[in-house]
Design a protein around this ligand. Structure first.
Ligand code: PRT
Ligand code: ZN
Length: 226
């Protein structure tokens, strides 16, 4: 059982695509912070809501360990963590609470431009490079395709040219990166955007009230946006 706390802690990406919009969104909810010198921790001034600035990949684990109460992270990262947990037979302790409307992208299968795409069965026996082995394995099982997953933490699109894999499963937004690597998207495994992730279980201390207030403000801001 995690210790009682009287402040909320939200993890956001330290630097990357989601950092600025995440901060801007929370600021428009009326939050402000006094930054610590090392800028890993921002102490909430207007409300007892602090920020932890981390790598996006660390956010699901920080939530699962109860180090943070909420996180702003790509659905792709959150769901990958959930898929790996599920594979290990561990229960889910965090979930998507709100979609946030920025950071949109797709997790796509992309094949060499010259391929005539006939469907997922064409991936049978192939090597697929990805940074999302959990989500890919889940999709392959659903499509009843037996393929080998080559885990790469970056530069996935170059893997076919390097002979490391036949096709890729990677995030796509404009499609420019695929094009530059002579690949074309043929199937979408997941549609993603930034989400607010939070606990499955409600808070048993004052954080419950803080969370309700935060969500109320967030809903107001999100409603104004669309
Ligand atoms: O340092 P840290 O680990 O925190 O950052 P990171 O480099 O892992 O993450 P970052 O900032 O690149 O991405 C954070 C999140 O942004 C992702 O988890 C997605 O939810 C979301 N997002 C939205 C994207 C993209 N769009 C995107 N295009 N993440 C990555 N990309 C990549 C894509 O894979 C391709 O290689 O950007 C490249 C360019 O994409 P195109 O299609 O526009 O050419
Ligand atoms: Zn990352």
């Amino acid at each position: 059982v995690p210790a009682a706390r009287d402040r909320l802690r939200i993890a956001i990406q330290k630097s990357g695509r989601l950092s600025d919009p995440a901060r801007a969104l929370l600021a428009s909810c009326g939050l402000s912070w006094r930054e610590s010198r090392d800028k890993l921790f921002c102490y909430g001034e207007t409300l007892p809501v602090d920020l932890l600035l981390v790598r996006d990949d660390d956010i699901p684990g920080l939530l699962a360990d109860g180090v943070c109460d909420y996180g702003i992270v790509g659905r792709n990262v959150l769901e990958e963590h959930a898929a790996l947990r599920e594979g290990e037979g561990r229960p889910q302790v965090s979930k998507e609470v709100r979609p946030l409307g920025f950071g949109g992208c797709r997790l796509d299968i992309a094949v060499p431009e010259a391929w005539d795409w006939e469907g997922p069965q064409q991936l049978q026996g192939r090597r697929i490079a990805t940074s999302y082995p959990g989500l890919l394995a889940r999709w392959l099982a659903q499509e009843q395709v037996d393929a080998s997953v080559v885990m790469l933490s970056g530069s996935v699109e170059i893997a076919p040219r390097l002979g490391q894999a036949d096709v890729v499963c990677d995030l796509v937004s404009s499609g420019g990166t695929l094009l530059a690597n002579q690949l074309k998207p043929v199937a979408t495994i997941m549609r993603s955007e930034a989400v607010l992730a939070g606990p499955v279980q409600p808070f048993a201390d004052i954080r419950g009230e803080l969370a309700q207030m935060l969500l109320r403000r967030l809903d107001g801001v999100l409603r104004l946006k669309d």
